[in-house]
Design a protein around this ligand. Structure first.
Ligand code: CTP
Length: 429
């Protein structure tokens, strides 16, 4: 088996790849974390132009950003290496070309300038000239964040449609604890994906994704479950956020961070998952059911730890509810969800089994994978799947990372004729 790829791996992804991101860095100790953000976004395929305030250069050098992004960092409004025009004129084009202006860290001073339209350095000038979305990641001392002047500026900027990520509570450079700490680079990248995806092809859609295993308790300290890692489901949730959907992620017990922007509902048993999925699907456009649901549970849950006794013991098991069949019943009455995708984990007869499940559970597509392969299915970082449509056609995807499989599944669904005309449903609400 190859080196494990973590879910947070910054691989190229359509919502970021080839996009032009202006990363503004203002002067605070959190500027060192902006280096990681620049690196992640570059690895994900973005063109990242860094614009530093004079104060930011006291904390990190422009060369650091240049090395990470492969592009010279801008620091001076009046001088640009090799440019005939002053930077603020030569590079006002930067602001016009940008898909996103991300300012991390955004200090109280920089936010005050933005709130009041000052243009006294290159970053504030570009912010005034830019028409793209603006995402601010505040970082400052707790007293500065709580100050009414800062809070009024935040409110003003929010009203103007500016996006905020954080700040978090935690330890400050001053040694004090409180709210004002910049959020971590991986979370910042999550906010970038969410903001960049807002106008995506699933804008206005409600998407429900299920992920991970379920656990069926036997006694207070034991349970029956399976090795589902939840990675494929979490990647689907991220891919839906990337396309602008409002995502509910119903997850069994897995140790993965939910994508920024997805509402996480944590469940344990199949019964709990059924209730959560039916509630979430009430007005959903799409259900992606990637959970490995336990098919049986112990008939009795012992109130206390079962003590060992005889050499042998047998367990009586009863069936858990089939959640997709319950969803099909709800859909027959209400019409929601508009589209349902199931997953089939098989160890033999992949396509016949998958087609039988598609028909039995009333699905629009089923994504089938052979879980006997070491590079696909449970726990693997990669997956090799076949997408089977309700018209019987089958599309085999090559071995891909789980995020890439998720992108391919959603792009396939977006082309599906049975989803009907894609109006922007946000306007209907
Ligand atoms: N599923 C479900 N409720 C269950 C079991 C499975 O909704 N109680 C869903 C899974 O989340 C998946 C699809 O049904 O999307 C197929 O799951 P799978 O485990 O492959 O099939 P089963 O229906 O459990 O059939 P079998 O175990 O006999 O292969």
């Amino acid at each position: 088996m190859g080196r494990p790829i973590l879910f947070s791996t910054m691989e190229k992804t359509p919502v970021i790849k080839d996009k032009h991101i202006l990363l503004g860095v203002s002067g605070g100790i959190a500027a060192y974390k902006a280096c990681t953000v620049a690196s992640h976004l570059t690895q994900m395929g973005a063109e990242v132009d860094v614009v530093m305030t004079e104060a930011a250069t006291r904390f990190v050098g422009p060369l650091t950003f240049q090395a990470l992004t492969g592009r010279a960092a801008y620091t001076d409004m009046w001088r640009a290496p090799g440019a005939g025009l002053p930077t603020h004129i030569a590079h006002i084009g930067l602001a016009h070309a940008a898909d996103l202006l991300l300012i991390a860290p955004a200090t109280a001073n920089t936010m005050a300038k933005l709130a009041h339209g000052l243009a006294d350095n290159l970053l504030s000038t570009l912010a005034l000239a830019a028409a793209c979305p603006l995402l601010l990641v505040p970082a400052m001392d707790l007293g500065m964040w709580a100050h009414p002047a800062t809070q009024a500026n935040v409110e003003l900027l929010r009203q103007r449609g500016v996006h905020f990520a954080g700040p978090a509570r935690g330890r400050m450079a001053s040694g004090l604890e409180g709210e004002g700490r910049m959020i971590e680079p991986e979370e910042i990248v999550g906010h970038v994906r969410q903001v960049m995806g807002l106008e995506g092809p699933m804008a206005g859609w409600r998407v429900v994704v299920t992920a991970g295993p379920t656990r069926e308790p036997l006694d207070p300290v034991r349970f029956l479950s399976n090795p589902s890692s939840g990675r494929q489901g979490f990647a689907l949730a991220q891919a839906a956020v990337d396309r602008g959907a409002a995502v509910t992620l119903v997850a069994g017990p897995v140790d993965l961070p939910a994508p920024v922007g997805a509402e996480r509902v944590t469940v344990t048993t199949a019964d709990e998952m059924k209730a959560a999925v039916l509630a979430a699907c009430e007005r959903a456009d799409l259900l992606l059911m990637a959970t490995a649901v336990a098919d049986y549970r112990p008939a009795q849950v012992a109130p206390h730890k079962i003590k060992k006794g005889a050499e042998e013991m047998s367990l009586q098991m009863v069936r858990t509810p089939d959640i997709l069949s319950a969803v099909a019943g709800q859909r027959a009455e209400s019409g929601f969800p508009r589209c349902v995708a199931g997953f089939a984990a098989e160890t033999q007869d992949l396509l016949p089994n998958a087609r039988a499940k598609l028909a039995a559970k009333g699905l629009d597509i089923i994504v089938a994978n052979d879980v006997t392969r070491h590079d696909a299915g449970f726990g693997a970082a990669t997956n090799r799947v076949v997408i089977v449509d309700r018209d019987g056609s089958a599309k085999e995807l090559p071995l891909l990372s789980k995020p890439a499989v998720a992108d391919a599944i959603l792009d396939h669904l977006l082309q599906a004729p049975y989803l009907g005309p894609r109006t922007n449903r946000a306007k209907d609400k």
